[in-house]
Ligand binder design. Sequence first.
Ligand code: SF4
Length: 578
Amino acid sequence: MSKGKLIVLTAPLTEMIDHAGFFIQMAMASMPIWFEWVLNKKYPEWKNVKRFPDGTALIAPAGLRVVEEVMGREFGAENIAACYPEDLDNFVGPETRPLGVTFAAGVYTSIFGTSKQPVNSHYAELMFNSIKANPNRDGFKVIVGGSGGWQLLQTTNFRETFNVDCVIDGRAESADTVDLFRKAINGEDLPVTVEVGHPPGAEHIVFPKKPTTFGVVEMTTGCGRRCQFCMPDLNPQIDLPKDDMLAAVRSNADAGNQQISLATEDMFIWGQVHTDTPFFFPNREALLDLYKGVVETEGVEQHVLSHATMAPAVVDPKLIEELSNQLLDYSPIHVPALSSHPKHKALVPLIGFETGSVRMAKKVMPSKAVPFKIDDWPSIMINGLEVLNKNNWFPMLTLMVGNPGETDEDVKATLDFVYEMERRNLFGFLVPSVFTPLEGTRMENDHGIEHTKDLSPLQWQLIMQCWKMNMRPGMQSWWGPLSYKIGGLGFWAFRLRKTNGPNFTWAMMNFCGALPRKWMVKMGKIYGGTPLKIKTRKELLQTLRPHYWQFLREDNGDMPEAPAQAPRRQRTRLSAVG
Ligand code: SF4
């Protein structure tokens, strides 16, 4: 029998695969497990993972790779194995002490009413069950890290349920994380939870040397826009050195990983952190140089954007155009119905839209629009989308439903925005999710909607209108709308009617086009929307504070103008004539 590795690292299978495509990850976070057959049919190869000759995982999540690198430096690389969960028995033995797990299952609440068990939760459960059943379980400690760790803590009796010894909140580079692993190696008891600090600067951040899932290479930490609900924004704003990033890109490419994605909360802050220019005016030259370096690395064939914000697209449309020229050919994403690229390629960054209600935006994300005022949020979103769509960027636009204190007027404002997109023929994949308070954020004590039956008719209309909009590119055949109508009604009658309650009915009728929208509006069953007054880019730039004008690029046009000086009124002097 093998003695096992001193430290073994793993993650749920759904978080370790990457060859099946980018969209599968979203599907796994939102589709219930009984829907897995759809994924298996569409991506028959998704479970066929590759291994190094020693049996360890060829691909692993970037977070797990950082743990591997940090612990390798501390305890010897030969004593560590990062493996797929199905291979745990090959690496866990009597000499294994800590077993580290990263876990990032999404917090998406499924419209199918089985939010407790989307596909990725099922695979996480399989992994925890196999750890629990390991014959050497008494000899090692299970340490869980990653962005989903806090979800375990919210489960009653999580220690018994998941058989976990310690949940760690924070990064592997921290001395406290290394200490925790050392305690586990020495057989000491571990605390139930540990919170460790974030590296204060770029020089403390470790880059893994082995390939990562999706070829993820860290680009920035933190953000700076200070949205109340945001967890990553609590980390320091850091942009990582280009040379380290390109070395990590090369490591991936050398191991045969042809796809790269630079991980960031906002790609546009890179190159502009702690410079003389505010971070919300993108550093065009630096960004173009960085992305050029990535896609020109030998062996890199595909590049996928991660997160971005919308205001920079309005600030510097030329940057978007030039990034498209550089990156579009490397995108593995095709949107034939929309893209003007010869091969219909598209860039699909994830951008937080969150709400169309200015009142709500002021409350939960007052700085999201800087350098613009949040009062102009719908205009910024529309102008930004115009710039992006023109350059074949079709972003994923996340939005939140059921924010604390959300009124019907707020939901109507978001629906107005969605209808405005439709009227202007703009496209973004609208991804609604029900507000979930994240631990540690400025809104951690707020409450969201816990059951889909509690969503109001308007909230359901918004959610289903978003999905209806997302279907537009697929609706261009004669049979598309018909099969969609029949399938939607059937699904509603068979399952969703019971799961989601009566408030869901008319939203679903609207979604599948069972009746013309006009009729449903006339009958008072759904909200028909009000056209928005949208400012032009020039009008938006004119609202900027004059000291920001120096950071605008003239080649984008629309430069603000100082108001013409009013002619000085001649003082009339009463002359004493006399
Ligand atoms: S813009 Fe995005 S990353 Fe930045 S603080 Fe807001 S939600 Fe967080």
